[in-house]
Every structure is written in C-alpha cells, then in structure tokens.
Design a protein around this ligand. Structure first.
Ligand code: MFU
Ligand code: CA
Length: 163
C-alpha cells in the first residue's frame, strides 16, 4: 500500500511466531490488498521457500479468510489445489516463490513449517519521534533534551516543507 514499508525477514519461523515478531516491531505480517502488491512483495522473496503473509482462516467461518488488519480477503491468489487444509489444521497462509507465480498455500500456523516472512507497517511516516525541548531560565547553559523513540525496520520519517 502507498506509504507502507515492507521488510523481508529471511530467518524462517512459524506463522504464529512471524506474526509476533512483526508485532514486536510495531508492524504486521504483510497484508496484500491487490495482485499488484502481491507481485511486488513476491519479487522481494529471495529463497525458494516463499514467505508467510498476514492471512488466516476465519475461526467463525472456516470457508472465509481474514487479513490481520481484520479486512475480509477480497481477492485471493491460491495455487492450484489450494487451499487443501491438509490434516484439517492449515489455517494460515504462505505465498509460494516465483516458480509458483507467487501463489498461495494454506499451512498450519504452529511450528510444523518454518518459512521467511514479510512485515509491513502502514501509515505515512514510520518512526515516531518525540522531541521535548526546554530551557531552564537560570541554568548556566541553556539545556535542551530530546527523547526519541525509533522503531527499527520502519522507514525514516519524512518532513513536509511549508511555505
Ligand atoms: C501440499 C500443501 C500442503 C503442504 C504439503 C506438504 O499438500 O497443500 O499445505 O505444504 O503439500 C499436498
Ligand atoms: Ca495447503
């Protein structure tokens, strides 16, 4: 999505762990709102294992799929024969690599398959930086301090110019 920042993590994890790892960065497992975005993210995949994406089976209606931003999947890109729900426990989704056209496969969410993953941050500016400046009137020197909190793996902020 416009304004989003994406990062591929090549250290393979389960879907559940990948989800947590993205959340710890203030991000989400990637949400793919269009085939163009699917393609763009797919092209970043470096290995044959593909990547986990932020799509999972609705617990309420097992025939539906939900993105981690809670939107219903409006387009899908399943590989042929998928989703096949092997063992009745394939509730999470993996994007296959280029040789499979970046198409999707359902896989278990738990520890059975470890795969690289892509995190996405949405929003216009990534880092949140809070500056607190103050001046002590009678101090020997003016002092100012800034407190910055930056989140790794998020694009540097952009500043609009005015005038
Ligand atoms: C396919 C996939 C499964 C799993 C298995 C090894 O089933 O649909 O999700 O990857 O291969 C035959
Ligand atoms: Ca499957």
């Amino acid at each position: 999505m416009q304004g989003s920042c994406y990062k591929l993590f090549t250290k393979a994890k389960s879907w559940n762990s990948a989800k947590s790892a993205c959340e710890a960065l203030g991000a989400k497992l990637v949400v793919l709102n269009s085939l163009a975005e699917n393609q763009a993210v797919g092209e970043k995949i470096t290995g044959g294992q593909g990547t986990y994406i932020g799509l999972y089976r609705s617990p309420k209606d097992k025939s539906r799929w939900l993105w981690l931003d809670q939107s219903r999947a409006t387009h899908t890109h399943w590989d042929s024969g998928e989703p096949n729900n092997v063992g009745g426990s394939e509730d999470c989704v993996h994007m296959r690599s280029k040789s499979s056209g970046y198409e999707w496969n359902d896989l278990p969410c738990n520890n059975v398959y470890h795969v690289p993953y892509v995190c996405e941050t949405s929003g216009k500016s990534g880092s949140v930086i809070l500056y607190i400046a103050f001046v002590q009137p009678k101090a020997r020197a003016k002092r100012s301090q800034h407190i910055s909190t930056t989140y790794p793996n998020i694009a540097a902020p952009t500043f609009a110019s005015s005038g």
